[in-house]
Design a protein around this ligand. Sequence first.
Ligand SMILES: *Cc1c(COP(=O)(O)O)cnc(C)c1O
Length: 378
Amino acid sequence: MSKLLETNLLPAYARAPVTFVEGDGCWLTDDNGERYLDFAGGIAVIGLGHRHPASTRAAHEQLDRLWHVSNLYWTIPMMELAKKLSERFGGAQSFFCNSGAEAIEATIKYARKATGKVGVVALEGSFHGRTMGGLSITGQPAKRSEFEPLLGQVSFAFLNNSLSLRAAALADTGLIIMEPVQGEGGVHAIDVEFAQAARALADELGALLCFDEVQTGVGRTGSFFSYESLGVRPDLVTLAKGLANGLPIGALLVADGAARGFEPGEHASTFGGNPVACAAACAVLDAIDEELLANVRQMGERLSAGLREIPGVSDVRGAGLLIGADVGGAAAEIAAKALAHRLLITTCGANSIRLTPPLTVSAGLVDQALATLREVLT
Ligand SMILES: *Cc1c(COP(=O)(O)O)cnc(C)c1O
């Protein structure tokens, strides 16, 4: 069956040979009825676990009420979600869209409009999405080269190197953008000093500082926003992956007090603010409390400590339940082997594996994943 369907899909992805039909908590079931432990979490998307009762109920109830009316009118889930995000941020307005890349597009346009400057400073090794704008500010030549020319006036600084950040600044820099922890780029965190240097540079240049929290946000690193541990407040924040526990959604948050950008009619997304996605996202925000965030930190430490004890694993890094580790060989092969052992993990670079299980994961399942990884790696 799957072979027949494959021929009708563009080969944009390197998919593993497995077809999933059901999810439940940290578990997935394939079309042969085999169960898998999910430490990929749909690439840091399934924060509450598959089919979490709260987000499932919220989406169901909204499905039975109203699916879509467009952004020509108001809907309640969208307004509620914006209020909840503003409360988490401490005063912000939201623009809703459907993916991380779309949130990045909104950011690029917003910064241009608000500052009147087109220059962007981003980081080497960064990832901001696959659209032409997102790719233009993604510091990974291999992903870009086939699609050039991209946006001009983008320069790249080295992670945690304040001097190179300053050197990368262009005369007309309107946007400085970085992930608090680079996810796709190998799980590398920015440090407090670098974040503060970015804040100071943005203020000096009259640029906006954006933290791309598409992967790190919504509890993934142990606080609601990952930047909370940096002691720096951004002007802009992008969210997407974990925001609606698997339904498509993206958001750009603009801090109250940041330079004003869009006027009505200057940016839009037909599906943005979809009531079903927003209802699910409201349930996700309600579920992310201190207890869950404490679980993220504790399980993150347990997983990291366990990984460090496995021979052949080195440089275990990350925050909360966004963890990367070097495996001294082809990570793709390790991920394939883990899949054969019924454990889903992802890679982030040629020799690094990445673990992003649901934030609700238990100590028992962390230990089970570690036992499987030990088998696969030794
Ligand atoms: C995944 C990701 C994106 C792109 O999100 P899509 O929903 O795939 O478009 C952008 N920024 C970061 C930090 C990401 O991890």
